[in-house]
Design a protein around this ligand. Structure first.
Ligand code: HEC
Ligand code: HEC
Ligand code: HEC
Ligand code: HEC
Ligand code: HEC
Ligand code: HEC
Length: 230
């Protein structure tokens, strides 16, 4: 009996600690300081770069001229259209496949994956799984799926470059390998297969968001698979 009571108390303690840990781990707006989204400086607070208390120009008390579209996209686009940064301009390229969002729906918009205030995780995302963040919503890992988190030393891709920022011509072909944590792209030699090896949420070449076409338009080959399995 005593044992059971003690066990229950321990379990309650664990539950409380878990809740506390979750509360501590939660990223708040203040976390924007120190990220790439901290565009503030002395006398020009970071918050006011994006938000204004009065006479706002868009939802979330938006301080900037908003871009086109509805939901969060026009807010993001107020900088990512090249006016403040060219980074991610392909994230808005209508000629490329993009991960679907439901504009204006909380948690279903760009905030399906991004937290504009925090880079606790890579790519300003909501998930610590980094290049495997897709698994948060899509159960596509495990024994009945293509292996992920495996070293590609046996099957390294021929074309390992996927670089929409390449100049003068962006490169939207090639599968990317990652370090084991899935935070850094490995551009030469072997690395790990992750979800983002074959997929990209922005600037993808197929409606299943693959980095390379899965089927050739001229014969029965598969550029994506045969990039590794030659
Ligand atoms: C790079 C632009 C940017 C900066 C800088 C920024 N925010 Fe935000 N903020 C956003 C966007 C976009 C949203 C709406 C999306 C969301 O809630 O994730 C938002 C939402 C919010 C919300 C509403 C959250 C909610 O859940 O409804 C608050 C409060 C907020 N920001 C406060 C701040 C404060 C305080 C700062 C400065 C410490 C700050 N923001 C800096 C872009 C920014
Ligand atoms: C106030 C201008 C501004 C706004 C608004 C803004 N960004 Fe950014 N964002 C930037 C800048 C500047 C960078 C850094 C560019 C660089 O490193 O070259 C950046 C970088 C990023 C990155 C790359 C982060 C990394 O670690 O490499 C992502 C992802 C991103 N922004 C997403 C968003 C999303 C999503 C929104 C809307 C919710 C948004 N941004 C709104 C200015 C902005
Ligand atoms: C399904 C998840 C997902 C959704 C939804 C999503 N993103 Fe992203 N986004 C990512 C990931 C992952 C990256 C990092 C890309 C990479 O390097 O593979 C990224 C990168 C970016 C970048 C930086 C690109 C660069 O050049 O480094 C911007 C800007 C961006 N996203 C904006 C947006 C905006 C705006 C929306 C909403 C219209 C959005 N994202 C919706 C997952 C998502
Ligand atoms: C926060 C949850 C979430 C995350 C994370 C997420 N997805 Fe999705 N994804 C969805 C939802 C929801 C849909 C269904 C589309 C809809 O109804 O708007 C979807 C649809 C898709 C589709 C179908 C394409 C289409 O146009 O309908 C593909 C492919 C896909 N996701 C791949 C990915 C990949 C790859 C990643 C990782 C980069 C990812 N998803 C991350 C929620 C998510
Ligand atoms: C080796 C390459 C490869 C890897 C790694 C990979 N995928 Fe895929 N994925 C594909 C291909 C190819 C398709 C399209 C299949 C088709 O057209 O039938 C696809 C389709 C999908 C779809 C849309 C179709 C559906 O059945 O809903 C989702 C969602 C998806 N993958 C998620 C993931 C997630 C999550 C991961 C990481 C756990 C992942 N993928 C890793 C190649 C890959
Ligand atoms: C980035 C490189 C890469 C790409 C692209 C790729 N694979 Fe793989 N594939 C691998 C690696 C690495 C393994 C694991 C090899 C090992 O452990 O022996 C693997 C394993 C496999 C296996 C064996 C799985 C098992 O359970 O034994 C099959 C089948 C396979 N891949 C099919 C495909 C198909 C189909 C595609 C295209 C949709 C594809 N691969 C794309 C790298 C890749």
């Amino acid at each position: 009996m005593r044992r059971t009571v003690r066990f229950v108390l321990v379990m309650v303690g664990v539950a409380v600690m878990t809740l506390f840990a979750a509360a501590v781990a939660y990223a708040g707006p203040g976390d924007v300081i120190g990220t790439k989204h901290n565009l503030g400086s002395a006398g020009n607070p970071a918050c006011l770069v994006c938000h204004t208390p009065h006479d706002a120009k868009g939802s979330y008390l938006w301080a900037r001229n908003v871009g086109s579209g509805s939901g969060l996209k026009p807010l993001c686009y107020s900088c990512h259209d090249g006016t403040v940064t060219n980074t991610g301009s392909y994230a808005f390229d209508a000629t490329k496949y993009q991960h679907p969002v439901t504009p204006g729906s909380k948690g279903q918009d760009c905030d399906r994956c991004h937290n504009p205030h925090s880079n606790t995780w890579k790519f300003l995302t909501l998930s610590q799984t980094n290049a495997d963040l897709c698994t948060t919503c899509h159960g596509k890992s495990g024994s009945n799926n293509h292996p992920i988190d495996v070293l590609a030393d046996k099957w390294p891709p021929t074309d390992q470059v996927w670089d929409p920022k390449a100049t003068p011509t962006p490169d939207f072909s090639g599968t990317r390998l990652w370090d084991s944590a899935g935070t850094t792209v490995v551009t030469t030699g072997s690395g790990y297969v992750k979800c983002l090896t074959c997929h990209n949420p922005h600037g993808a070449s197929t409606d299943t968001l693959n980095t390379m076409p899965t089927s050739s338009a001229t014969d029965g080959s598969s550029p994506l698979c045969q990039n590794c399995h030659k």
